[in-house]
Design a protein around this ligand. Structure first.
Ligand SMILES: [Cu+2]
Length: 163
């Protein structure tokens, strides 16, 4: 209920583009490699990664994400502050025309909270991305284990090649 209310508040603030209300421009924006990590024991939050590609000629601004079965999803970024890696919530992520943005360890990520039931590895959950022009993009995010997510991440300095 709370999230539905938030969506209403959100869409009333972006009513500028009348006439596009039913247009979901799938050709312009594409999302790939969406995954959510399973919640670790005793952890109240987990992370999600994806790649958004903008094939259109104008920038797109991602302002919100929701995932079925999760009470809350926030968009975060990691930043180096005085040599420390800190993360903070961001209001929007811009995907420039003809560019793509990868959410990945050390950069942008989705922070997910409040699972209504435990996420199980192998499940798919519907992910909805909301853009400032009123467009929405839907995809399925696969629930992955910590190990699987680490394997897909960029190589880190530590080499843990063996199980
Ligand atoms: Cu975070």
């Amino acid at each position: 209920m709370a999230s539905a209310l938030m969506i209403n508040v959100f869409s009333s603030s972006v009513a500028a583009h009348a006439g596009h209300s039913h247009d979901i421009d799938d050709a312009k924006l594409a999302v790939s490699n969406a995954q959510i990590r399973e919640f670790l024991p005793a952890s109240k939050a987990s992370v999600g990664y994806l790649t958004i590609s903008n094939h259109g000629g104008t920038a797109a601004n991602l302002t919100k994400a929701t995932i079925d079965g999760l009470g809350r999803v926030e968009i975060h970024e990691h930043k180096h502050v005085n040599g420390m890696m800190k993360m903070q919530k961001v209001d929007a992520v811009t995907i420039k025309a003809h560019e793509s943005v990868s959410f990945q360890p050390g950069g942008y990520h989705l922070m997910v909270f409040d699972p209504q039931e435990p996420l199980k590895v192998g499940q798919e959950r519907k992910l909805t991305l909301y853009f400032s022009d009123g467009n929405r993009l839907f995809t399925n995010a696969e629930v992955v284990s910590l190990e699987a997510q680490a394997a897909h991440s960029k190589p880190s300095k530590k080499q843990h090649a063996h199980h």
